[in-house]
Design a protein around this ligand. Structure first.
Ligand code: NDP
Length: 331
């Protein structure tokens, strides 16, 4: 085991070991994140003999583990259970020698040629190349009923789950591009789509707004906010606060079968932001057509750098690109 001086210390300087743990390991390729992007990067990196070490993060398997059935991932004609698919991806990565470990990056230092990543506040790992695949987390409203019905009528991905609501009535909450896109997508499948908007205007681009306004089966509920979801085992309705200005507010009930959150995602980039360039919403910026970040030797893939497509298959695709980019960098 290589033992290195903790970062930022000078010879003779005393070190508080709790604050500055020692570097305990040196690896060629370190991958952070265990969604389709991270595991695909691991499969390719392992096959290229980069002996990758992958840290899973807190949500083992990423966002797909909160989905029940995945029907749009190519190669599964009957669909596949989300958690089972992630378990298969993990096994495939391990089969070629990836070390999959539970833990998350708590600090990084990408200032030098050798990259340093602190895991769980306890140890620093040095790596020649780092692949960031920490994904994004869908924002939820924080209601108790929302937790209860996750996977039973509550979803944060229309492309993933919309198909289960064919000819049904659903509600989408949000007023940005995601909400507009998801409402329009669902309108193609569902009988009726309510768009619940907290203000009296949409934040979405004008083009997206136009599509929403011209879709007959979308009804916009301006100045409405969600109070609670209603149902026994599955969602059957939603109660809303309708803001009536000076007249106060009224409680409105809607019968719905599905409730879709589209109030934004938070890319899990906070730990890297001091070194890796992100856009104003925190998505890591990569050189177009590659997974290269502004830091040589640090690559980003999956939802962490993609606010447009956000699909398992696109995440896997960029995971593959990241491993190839890392392999070429290391050469
Ligand atoms: P945004 O942050 O743009 O929009 C979030 C929306 O949710 C806003 O309308 C906001 O309301 C609303 N909202 C937030 N919190 C609550 C809450 N607690 N209750 C009710 N409503 C709430 O997120 P998006 O995911 O829509 O977009 C993120 C980024 O990705 C944007 O830059 C967008 O342009 C981009 N994008 C691009 C796409 C494309 O190019 N095809 C597709 C999707 C996204 P309010 O407006 O009142 O703040």
């Amino acid at each position: 085991m290589d033992l290195f001086k903790p970062m930022g210390t000078q010879p003779g300087q005393s070190v508080d070991k709790k604050k500055e743990p020692e570097v305990s390991e040196r690896v060629k390729c370190l991958i952070l994140g265990s969604g389709p992007a991270g595991y695909t990067a691991a499969i390719y990196a392992a096959r290229a003999n980069l002996q990758p070490v992958l840290y899973t993060g807190m949500q083992l398997g990423g966002q797909l583990t909160t989905t029940t059935e995945v029907e749009n991932y190519p190669g599964y004609p009957e669909g596949v259970d989300g958690p089972a698919m992630m378990e298969d991806l993990k096994k495939q990565a391990e089969r070629f020698g990836t070390q999959v470990r539970f833990g998350m990056a708590t600090r990084v230092d990408f200032s030098g040629r050798v990259k340093k990543v602190e895991i769980d506040d306890t140890k620093w790992i040095e790596a020649d190349a780092v692949i960031l695949a920490t994904g994004a987390t869908a924002r939820y409203l924080g209601l108790e009923s929302e937790e209860k019905f996750k996977g039973s009528g509550v979803s944060a991905c229309a492309t993933c789950d919309g198909f289960f609501y064919r000819d049904k009535v659903v509600a989408v909450v949000g007023g940005g591009d995601t909400a507009a896109e998801e409402a329009t997508y669902l309108a193609g499948l569902c009988r009726k789509v309510y768009l619940i908007v907290r203000r009296d205007e949409l934040r979405a681009s004008k083009a997206m707004q136009k599509r929403v306004f011209h879709t007959k089966n979308i009804e916009i509920l301006w100045k409405h906010q969600t109070k609670e979801l209603v149902g026994d085992k599955v969602v059957t309705g939603v109660e809303l606060y309708k803001n009536k200005g000076e007249a106060g507010e009224e409680i409105v009930h809607l019968d719905i079968d599905g409730f879709f959150l589209a109030i934004g995602h938070t890319p899990n980039s906070e730990v890297f932001r001091e070194f890796v360039k992100t856009d104003e919403t925190g998505y890591v910026i990569t050189v177009p057509g590659t997974t290269k970040t502004n830091v040589p030797g640090v690559f980003a893939c999956g939802d962490l750098q993609d606010k447009v497509y956000r699909q398992a298959v696109t995440a896997a695709g960029t995971g593959c690109m990241a491993a190839i980019d890392a392999e070429r960098y290391l050469q």
